[in-house]
Design a protein. Structure first.
Lengths: 290, 296
């Protein structure tokens, strides 16, 4: 089973909801692995109060040309959808590594065996971190300056699947592009976290659209529910056949637990109950847990 | 001059602060605003834009399609797809997931049956232009859900903005970037003269703004910092210490103020909706410093 937490707009509380829900689920006995697939800005370890461990480099293929074998046929440059290979007047190819997506199309079309050699470059890292809450956190972290987050989302998700125990619980990046759809792909449930401001509502519609396109049951959590027009979120959810499952008020207790790296669900604050209730609902959805 | 606003972390107040700064700077300078968050565009909303004067489709994304008729179901495409974007549907057909395809065409190249897999052009979204009620134009974009390459939309936005600057004889471009540090943010920061970073005093925001700053350093641009929700985490000094260590001037600090979400609901910059609020006063001082120290 797989659950993804997303939301469209940045800063709506995706990570807060994801971390607290994961801790609450574990407390109820659900075995899970947590994947932080917000590879451009991964923060769940900070909210869980752990330091990332077990770093592994994510290397990506990049072509190296053996100019003694290259026939300067230009096929590699023609096939590169990223225009990462440029050719001189005589056809000699050169790679611009930052544009290379590592797809290997050049290698596939090159007619001369050995003219394109295996090169590699570092695009980021994955981490596998044990947490004090009884589940493992898998994190993907894109290297600064890299443009493409997709290969790292793929690598981190694979890493998470490789160590997965029980439920795979995913926190995604902000946005609604294909890296978010890659992160949520194959989820049995999508939980969209929103805030009831016009901006939050606008972006929620995009994420609900994504859930619909991917054919996933979708729930909505309204964060900072007292700051805006939550009725509009309910209307939108109804339009997309999504259920609003929780409202979280703006709360200084949540802000404090967030900055202290201590999930609020483990405290006696009243806000803890919201996440416990949500976890029970998820359990019911999963059919009594895995 | 081109000013780019970035933060790494989402939801720390980029668009809110950008809208307010534009409001203060609009009378003195000839500006164009660019909402460079094509996946979650919000700046137009905050500036009260309800209709777009001009909208251009961006046909740039490419998506592979497999013809089930000639497919021999060998599975090589699925094996070789770098992004795991090919799956077998309930009827046993190999299908490309259009919501995750990057358009690299590896499947088409490895397919042994000619003509079975074709790379087709697809719409990736729209780029659009409006004139705000404040008089300055805004360029925005909207990626279609699940599409790749939002960075290319941002590049197109900036090119359009440059044309608008020439036509209308404008001097400055203010670019409100997306969350993260990927293609959209790189396209926003590339070519900027100055980067203004926005962060709140939390470990998560600090971690992300440090990453955004590394991208700024790649471009060798001077950077400034605005601290938003400056009072939500008393005792957290690491953000200010980091800025000092890196020599990043702090343009000002905006306190947490409910006037900000309330102004968002009204679809107005907070400085217009609640000019006497403490957030508005702080933003006014920041605009003053931008005028004196950055634009000149």
């Amino acid at each position: 089973m797989q659950i993804a937490v997303s939301g469209g707009k940045g800063g709506t509380g995706k990570s807060t909801v994801a971390v607290n829900l994961a801790v609450a689920l574990k407390k109820l006995g659900t075995e899970l692995t947590f994947a932080d697939l917000d590879v451009e800005a991964p923060n769940d370890h900070l909210l869980l109060g752990v330091e990332l461990t077990n770093e592994e480099p994510v290397m990506q293929f990049m072509p190296r040309f053996d100019y003694s074998k290259c026939t300067k046929c230009r096929k590699c440059a023609e096939v590169c959808e990223e225009h990462a290979i440029i050719t001189l007047k005589d056809g000699t190819p050169f790679l611009m590594p930052n544009l290379c997506s590592g797809c290997r199309a050049c290698e596939i079309v090159c007619p001369v065996p050995g003219a394109i050699l295996e090169g590699q470059r570092l695009i980021g890292h994955t981490y596998v971190t044990p947490t004090p809450y009884g589940f493992t956190l898998v994190t993907g972290r894109l290297r600064e300056g890299e443009e493409r987050s997709m290969p790292l989302v793929v690598a981190a998700k694979k890493k998470a699947q490789a160590v997965q125990k029980g439920l795979l619980f995913i926190d995604t990046a902000a946005g609604t592009g294909n890296t978010v759809s890659k992160a949520v792909e194959f989820s049995d449930l999508l939980i969209a976290v929103t805030e009831p401001t016009p901006l939050g509502i606008h972006d929620t519609e995009l994420i609900l659209e994504l859930g619909k396109l991917m054919g996933m049951p979708t729930w909505v959590v309204i964060n900072r529910a007292d700051l805006g027009e939550k009725e509009r979120v309910y209307e939108l959810a109804k339009k997309y056949g999504a259920e609003v499952v929780a409202e979280i008020p703006y709360s200084e207790n949540i802000v404090r637990s967030y900055v202290e790296g201590r999930p609020i669900v483990l405290t006696d604050y009243p806000e803890a109950e919201i996440f416990e209730g949500l976890a029970e609902k998820v359990l019911k959805f999963l059919g009594g847990g895995e | 001059m081109q000013i780019a606003i970035a933060s790494g972390k989402g939801g720390v107040g980029k668009s809110t602060i950008t809208a307010s700064l534009l409001y203060f700077l609009k009378d003195e300078y000839k500006l164009v605003a660019v909402d460079a968050d094509a996946e979650a565009p919000n700046l137009g909303l905050l500036l009260g834009v309800t209709e777009w004067e001009e909208e251009r489709e961006h046909i740039g994304a490419k998506v592979a399609r497999i013809s089930t008729e000639s497919c021999i179901r060998c599975g090589i495409c699925m094996e070789r797809c770098p992004y795991d974007s090919i799956y077998i549907d309930d009827e046993g057909n190999y299908v490309v997931n259009e919501l995750t395809c990057e358009g690299c065409n590896v499947c088409g190249l490895v397919c042994p049956v000619p003509g079975t897999i074709a790379l087709e052009e697809a719409r990736s979204g729209v780029v659009r232009k409006a004139t705000t009620k404040y008089g300055f134009p805004i360029i925005s974009a909207q990626l279609d859900v699940g599409r790749p390459e939002s960075g290319k939309l941002v590049t197109e936005e900036k090119e359009w903005a440059k044309k608008v600057m020439e036509e209308l004889n404008l001097e400055h471009m203010v670019v409100d970037s997306a969350a993260g540090i990927g293609c959209q943010v790189i396209a926003s920061l590339g070519g900027a003269d100055v980067a203004i970073l926005i962060a709140e005093p939390t470990p998560a925001s600090l971690s992300d703004v440090q990453r955004a700053y590394k991208v700024v350093q790649h471009f060798r641009e001077p950077a400034y910092l605005i601290i938003n929700k400056a009072d939500i985490n008393p005792g957290f000094t690491a953000l200010r210490e980091w800025a000092e260590r890196e020599g990043i001037p702090i343009l000002g600090e905006v306190p947490y103020d409910r006037a900000i979400p309330e102004s968002m609901v009204m679809l107005k910059p907070v400085v217009e909706a609640f000019p006497e609020s403490k957030a508005a006063k702080a933003l006014k001082e920041i605009a003053e410093r931008i005028r004196e120290e950055i634009i000149g």
